[in-house]
Write a protein that binds this ligand. Sequence first.
Ligand code: TXE
Length: 492
Amino acid sequence: MKKHKLLIGGEWVDPQSGDWFESVNPFTAAPWALIPRGSKPDIDRAVAAARTAFYRSDWRGLTATARGAMLRRLADLIAAEAGRLSEIESTDNGKLIAEMRSQLNYIPQWFNYFGGLADKIEGRVIPIDKPGVFNFTREEPLGVIAAITPWNSPLMLAAWKLAPALAAGNTVVWKPSEFSSVSALVFGELFESAGFPPGVVNIVTGYGSEVGEPLITHPHVAKVAFTGGDKTGEHVYQLAAKGIKKITLELGGKSANIVFDDANLDDAVKGVVSGIFAATGQTCIAGSRALIQRSIHDQFIDRLLDLAKTARMGNPLDASTQVGPVTTRPQYEKVLDYIRIAKDEGAECRLGGAPATRPECGTGWFVEPTIFAGVKPEMRIAQEEVFGPVLSVIPFDDEDEAVRIANDTIYGLAAGVWTTSIRRALSMSERLEAGTVWINTYRAVSYMSPFGGYKRSGIGRENGMEAIREYLQTKSVWIDIAGNVPNPFVMR
Ligand code: TXE
């Protein structure tokens, strides 16, 4: 098993603890790599390196154009390594190689787009209301950014943070999930080749309490960019609040995929299946509630079952596999717990509802694609994020009821609407309380389009022009051009 190292100040180093822990392949449930167990002393060194790099002239003194070019060089290196990185991700977190390849081939676009934005960060000249004064604004980087990422799309969700943070001129300490650190550490090799000065990006692996907390609370960290569960997010927010730190949080959801009776049902069935069974349901945007108009409810469920039954489970490294294992043992147990809860609550299990024991699933953590019908909006299975291949089907009568049920959750990350009516599409896109609304499609994201949550799904936006503002602060500069100092006892 390869024993990995931490990236601190441009050097590959052992953790101060002298400890490593195993990263487990979810398809075999066997360890395959050793991850450094970082702790506070490593964070102290990494933040110090990032802070030094932030002020050093080989980063701070770069023109924005040169900084952007560096990001674009990184994009080219990622593209060249996409095959290797996607195999590592798939082995480490069990997501399908087909999905990981497409993510890795797409990730360079984040560095191209934000690399392109680097030299378009402009201040404003304000036509100020006071005579004899010139006033303008500067958009400046924040300093050291703490990037804390989860296991479900390890590099993609890191790119969403690193690309805008670096484009804006910040430096970064990145803590990947303890369940999926290998790809981050291999990715780390590319920064030096792309020309980033030492310390601009540092990677410290380990557990949330041992690495994440000292990182968030470090006095020299200016901002925390976090993706993870909402309970952890709440804790992270509290820790960051103590230091009055800036924050973005992306915390998952309970997204509704709403099918009206005027929809193209072939497309809608595929959309609902892709919303919940793609990536084994382990995505923040999972369409885990299918709201189906009552007039088509029964026939829609039949069609859903027909398609979901055909899902091929197995080795995520096999390009024909459609549903892979659950990534972590605790997550596997959580999903099975929710299946039990749903059954106890009286939901009707129409498909799956158990661990998958098919021979092609080997010793991995597999759960059968599961569909519950007769789900009531107030049930826990309809309110809480499962983060697995478990769909709750809820009937509704009309648009008002669909909106009421869809919005009746603490989350607000995404929603899907299936309809052929343009009036309904526009009206629903306005009425749904979600950061993303998809009409007649699902699970589309881009580096260009803002992404983030309403309500408990998060704070701030990733991707698009909105994202770079999350890593900048505005300074207002006042210059006297009149040459006379007015009455010093009166505000100018
Ligand atoms: O995530 P955590 P977990 C949801 C999903 C899942 C649940 C738990 O519902 O079942 O979260 O998953 C770091 N201080 N999502 O436990 O704990 C941790 O090391 C600082 C939704 O894996 O949120 C990892 O790097 N950091 C989600 C990161 O936080 C801490 C994606 C995320 O881990 C920390 C993943 C602490 N005290 C899970 N504790 C989405 N939004 O897509 C943990 N971490």
